[in-house]
Every structure is written in structure tokens, then in C-alpha cells.
Design a protein around this ligand. Structure first.
Ligand SMILES: Nc1ncnc2c1ncn2[C@@H]1O[C@H](COP(=O)(O)OP(=O)(O)OP(=O)(O)O)[C@@H](O)[C@H]1O
Ligand SMILES: [Mg+2]
Length: 583
């Protein structure tokens, strides 16, 4: 990318950002600009006052001497007030923009197809929300403050300088463009470094979130030292990136200082000559020098602005990547509401893969009638969970279609589809809140009585009431305060409270003891005819009692029928059964 393109693209990025997110802040933006104008005008008055003061003092004009402090205090007060409110307004604008982006991003991420979460680690996603957006916020603040306020101040000062000594002013203006050249160069460099640094930070963030959630594994397998080694690498990476940025940034101020020195030296010589030739007076000269000195700070800020803008642009690029990402599930065109569900499920030629290389499911064809109860069996990795997850559209088939009550689920309103389905997945996730709320999440309208009823059906009630705070017990982060089986029971209760038409249990009873399992199974049986149930199970008791079994192997359905029938007629199933349940 050429220099010009780079600068242009940065500018375009910010313009796009402001157009999209800043519009809501229009009023505050206008007020902030007016305040900035006041600050700029007040600042550019200083050199004029100094010139005036010099003239007054040298003329020994007593009358005006007492006017001077009033003038100075008046202007500093005005500037002070305007500056304060301007800073606050800019802060509010930038933080509001960031908040809006955060919220939008969160909505977007929630809509993502679940498979994206496998590739985009949660920690790395978090880092976009906090770290990238923080950098962006800083750069928005700097852009507003420096690009508008400081430019206005510089313009004001230049006007004052012209008024005081136009020849000197032209000399200074000729020198300035040469000054900022190296500074712009430095800015360009920081963008690339910053982009890499952000990536490293998000990697570290992913690493942290992973190691905290896997803390039990780390401890039991004595992985502490390995993790520590990995950690130091990640932190080292961030350190190096930061130091690189510091090295580049550190050049800016001294460069500007030296250039400023040059400018002042030239001005001193020129001014000296002009005063000696009676082309200028000491008052103007002093005013002029003070204008130059006042200009140093905004000029410097403008000089470093490019670097900050480039860092912000790097964050913005990363965020845009995420914002542009499309969920693989198309939710927009599906408007048809699924109502009065009977619960017939049909898979027609469905194929699915997670990675292009290998199909996880191949040409699945099967029909599960409304109210039917089906047990799915198969070896680990044979595609059972994938099959189940396609029903509530956690992902969409790559080929083929899934129908509910003969309606293609891709064409149904997603929310209405999911409303009639309850899925208890293999990895039970509870929220860090009370048991009551954890169950009620599935159906906020459920009464306390209904929640207790569902808990009884899931065989959870007995253990819950034995807890100190009963239903008000907090389950802890991801429900870790409870046992595996207890967590499963709560998640079954959660599914039941939803009163679904289709109930999908993916090894939902695997951690239950035999007694609890048979209790839950009895409840499930009582649903028959009302709820279509698909149960993934490895347990002998469940399999033996099932009226219909679908046997998965390597992503294909190899057998479909009752256990007795399959044992008699299907050699694949028989082999699988004997290999699993050897007597
Ligand atoms: N998110 C994923 N990304 C990539 N591959 C995946 C993903 N989830 C599952 N797979 C792969 O797809 C295949 C089927 O997985 P699936 O979870 O459907 O198996 P399963 O029959 O439910 O196994 P289990 O009995 O262990 O639960 C496996 O080979 C697995 O490696
Ligand atoms: Mg599974």
C-alpha cells in the first residue's frame, strides 16, 4: 500500500466509523465543537495580550496596567470552563460510540453459528470487546481533541502571528511542512506493529481464559510448569510488541523538539534583524515568540496523532473483520412462524462437515414421527451430536434439508423453531446464578410451582431441597458448585419447563445414577405421543427399552428399528452391540 493510500484508508476507516456510530451523538458533537472554538479563540488571544502588555508597560500607561489582569483572568476563565466541558463532552461522545459498538458486536456474536466459536476462541473474542475497543476509544478521543481543537488553536495562533509579524509567520509556515514529514513516517510504522500487537494480546487473552476454565485438568495433570512456560511466551510477545511501539513512539517527541529548536533559532535571528532594522518592535516579537511556544503543544499533539490514529485503525480493522463476518445460519429471510407443532422430524439427504476435508454426516435420510421416542446409538465421533444439533439449527446442513412437520426448517422463523425444541446437550452449562433462575431461563413465564414440578420430574427436587439455600443456591461459575449428575438433572428440568414439542437429550442422563436415570426415563416415557423425543444414550437399560433405535456409524445410519429386530436382522448393529455390551 502506498503512503497516500495508507493515510487515505485510515481516514476512510474513521469516517466510516463516525458515519455509522457517531450520528447519534450529533448534538453533543456540535456543542463540543463550539466549545473547542472558544478554547481556540481564547488561546490565540494570549500572544496578543502579551504584545499589548508589552506596549502598555513600555509606554508606562498606568490606566491600562490595571486592565491587564482583568483581561488575562477573563480569558483564562473562559478558556478553562470551555476546556473542561469540551473534554467531558468528547469523553461522553467517544465512550457512547464504544458502548454502541460493544452492544452491536455482542448481538452479532450471539447470532454466530456455533461452529464459529470453535475457531474463534472465547478469550480472543473478549479481547476485541475490551482491548481493541479501548484503543479505538483513545484514538477517537485524540482525533476529536487534536484534529479539531488543536487545529483550531493552531489556526488562531497563526492568525495572531500574522497580525504581529507577517514576514516571520510566513517563514515559520514554510518550515513546518518539513517538520512533520518524519513524524508521519513514524505513524505509518506504528500501525503495522500495533496490528501484530493486538493479535498477540488476543492470543494471550484466549490462553488465559482457556487456562482458567481448564484449571482442574491443569492441576490434576501437573501441567502448571508447562502452562507457566506458555504464559511467559505469551506475555513476552506482548512485551516485545509494546516495546517496539514505545521505541517508535519515543522518536516522535525529540524529533519535534529538535525541529522546534530549529524553528525558534531561525525566528530569533530573523526577528533580531527585523527589529534592528526597525521593521518590528519588541512587543510584537515577544508576542510572536510566545505564540510559537504556545503552538508547540498542539503541534506536538498533531504530530503524535498520526501514530495513535494508526493504532486505532489497526483495532478498527480487526473489529471490522468481526463485524463483517456472516453467521452461516441465515436468519433474515426466514419469517414463517412455526406454530401448533406436532413434532414430526424428517432428514432428507442431509450431509454435514465441520472441515472441508471430511464429511461428518453423509446422506442422512430418516423420518421420526410426531410423538415418537427414538434412541440413537453409535460409537464416539459417529455423528450423533451433530445430527441432533442440526434440528434446532445450531448449524445448517451443507447438503440436504431438515423438515419439521413437513416444513423446511431453513424457511422457518428461527426463534419460533427453537421455542418448540428443548436440547440438553452433552456438556451441561449452567449460569452463575440461582438454581431457580437456571431452570426458569428456559421459560421465564413458568411459575415457582411449575419449576418445582419440572425438578421433580428430572429427579432434581430431592437434592435441591437438601441444599442450604434450596432453589436459591447459586450454582457457581459454569455450575461448578454442583456435582456432574446434579448439573445434568438441573439441565433436564430446564428442558422440561420449556414444555417442548421436541425434546433432544444428548447423553443427558449419562452422569445420573441408575435410580435417578430410571426415574427420569419413566417420566420421559409418560410423554409419549405428546413430545417427540430423541435420546442419545450408551446405557444398556435405555437401549433395551427403546421401541426404535437408530444406529450411527461414521456419519451414516446403518440400522433403524427396534432392538430385537435389529439384533435379529442387522449384523452391523449386532456387532456394535456385542462389542459394547460383552457379557
Ligand atoms: N466443532 C467441531 N469442529 C470440528 N469437528 C467436529 C466438531 N464437532 C464434532 N466434530 C467432529 O465430528 C465428528 C462427529 O462428532 P459428534 O460430536 O457428532 O460425535 P458423537 O457421535 O456425538 O460422539 P460422542 O459419542 O463422543 O458424543 C467427530 O469426528 C468430531 O471430531
Ligand atoms: Mg456427542
Amino acid at each position: 500500500m502506498s503512503k497516500k493510500q495508507n493515510r487515505l484508508s485510515t481516514l476512510l476507516l474513521y469516517l466510516k466509523l463516525l458515519k455509522r456510530w457517531g450520528f447519534k451523538q450529533k448534538k453533543k458533537f456540535i456543542i463540543a465543537n463550539i466549545l473547542m472554538l472558544i478554547v481556540a479563540m481564547a488561546t490565540s488571544m494570549y500572544p496578543l495580550i502579551i504584545d499589548f502588555a508589552f506596549d502598555v508597560i513600555s509606554e508606562k500607561n498606568k490606566q491600562y496596567i490595571f486592565l491587564l489582569p482583568v483581561l488575562i483572568l477573563g480569558i483564562t476563565f473562559i478558556k478553562g470552563f470551555a476546556h473542561y466541558f469540551q473534554t467531558v463532552y468528547v469523553g461522553i461522545i467517544s465512550n457512547s460510540i464504544i458502548k454502541d459498538i460493544q452492544y452491536h458486536l455482542y448481538n452479532k456474536v450471539l447470532e454466530f453459528d456455533v461452529t464459529i466459536f470453535n475457531n474463534q476462541n472465547a478469550g480472543s473474542l473478549q479481547s476485541r470487546f475490551i482491548n481493541d475497543l479501548n484503543i479505538l476509544k483513545e484514538s477517537i478521543i485524540r482525533t476529536l481533541n487534536n484534529l479539531i481543537r488543536d487545529v483550531l488553536i493552531l489556526l488562531g495562533l497563526i492568525i495572531s502571528m500574522f497580525y504581529l509579524d507577517w514576514v516571520l509567520t510566513i517563514c515559520v509556515l514554510l518550515v513546518y511542512p518539513i517538520c512533520i514529514r518524519p513524524v508521519i513516517k513514524i505513524g505509518k510504522k506504528t500501525r503495522n506493529i500495533s496490528l501484530k500487537l493486538q493479535k498477540k494480546i488476543s492470543e494471550a487473552s484466549a490462553f488465559l481464559s482457556e487456562s482458567f476454565s481448564a484449571i482442574r485438568v491443569i492441576k490434576t495433570y501437573n501441567l502448571e510448569s508447562l502452562q507457566k512456560k506458555n504464559a511467559i511466551k505469551k506475555f513476552e510477545n506482548i512485551y516485545e510488541g509494546n516495546i517496539k511501539i514505545i521505541r517508535v513512539r519515543a522518536k516522535i517527541e525529540p524529533t519535534l523538539e529538535i525541529i522546534g529548536g530549529f524553528a525558534i533559532s531561525i525566528v530569533l535571528v530573523l526577528a533580531g534583524i527585523r527589529i534592528l532594522n526597525n521593521n518590528s518592535d519588541l512587543g510584537s516579537f515577544t508576542g510572536f515568540i510566545s505564540a510559537l511556544l504556545i503552538a508547540v503543544q498542539p503541534a506536538r499533539a498533531l504530530g503524535t496523532l498520526n501514530a495513535i490514529l494508526q493504532e486505532g485503525a489497526a483495532s478498527l480493522i480487526r473489529l471490522e473483520d468481526l463485524l463483517k463476518k456472516k453467521s452461516l445460519i441465515n436468519t433474515t429471510e426466514s419469517k414463517k412462524v412455526l406454530s401448533l407443532v406436532k413434532g414430526k422430524i424428517k432428514f432428507s439427504n442431509v450431509s454435514y462437515y465441520y472441515n472441508y476435508e471430511e464429511y461428518t454426516l453423509t446422506k442422512i435420510n430418516c423420518t421420526i414421527n410426531a410423538g415418537e421416542q427414538v434412541v440413537i446409538v453409535g460409537a464416539n465421533g459417529s455423528g450423533k451430536s451433530t445430527f441432533i444439533n442440526l434440528i434446532p439449527r445450531l448449524m445448517d446442513p451443507i447438503k440436504g434439508n431438515v423438515y419439521i412437520d413437513d416444513q423446511n426448517i431453513k424457511k422457518l422463523h428461527l426463534k419460533s423453531l427453537r421455542e418448540s425444541i428443548a436440547l440438553v446437550s452433552q456438556d451441561v452449562i449452567l449460569f452463575d446464578t440461582s438454581i431457580m433462575k437456571n431452570i426458569a431461563i428456559a421459560n421465564p413465564k413458568a411459575s415457582q410451582l411449575e419449576i418445582i414440578e419440572a425438578s421433580k420430574k428430572a429427579d432434581a427436587h430431592n437434592f435441591i431441597i437438601k441444599l442450604k439455600k434450596s432453589y436459591k443456591t447459586i450454582t457457581g461459575d459454569r455450575g461448578l458448585n454442583l456435582s456432574g449428575g446434579e448439573r445434568q438433572k438441573i439441565s433436564i428440568a430446564r428442558a422440561l419447563i420449556k414444555q417442548p414439542k421436541i425434546l433432544l437429550l444428548d447423553e443427558a442422563t449419562s452422569a445420573l445414577d441408575n435410580k435417578s436415570e430410571s426415574k427420569v426415563n419413566k417420566v420421559l416415557k409418560s410423554f409419549q405421543k405428546n413430545i417427540t423425543t430423541i435420546i442419545v444414550a450408551h446405557r444398556l437399560s435405555t437401549i433395551l427399552e427403546a421401541k426404535r433405535i437408530i444406529y450411527f456409524d461414521k456419519g451414516c445410519i446403518l440400522a433403524d428399528g427396534s432392538h430385537k429386530n435389529l439384533m435379529k436382522n442387522n449384523s452391523d448393529y449386532r456387532e456394535h452391540f456385542y462389542s459394547v455390551f460383552k457379557k
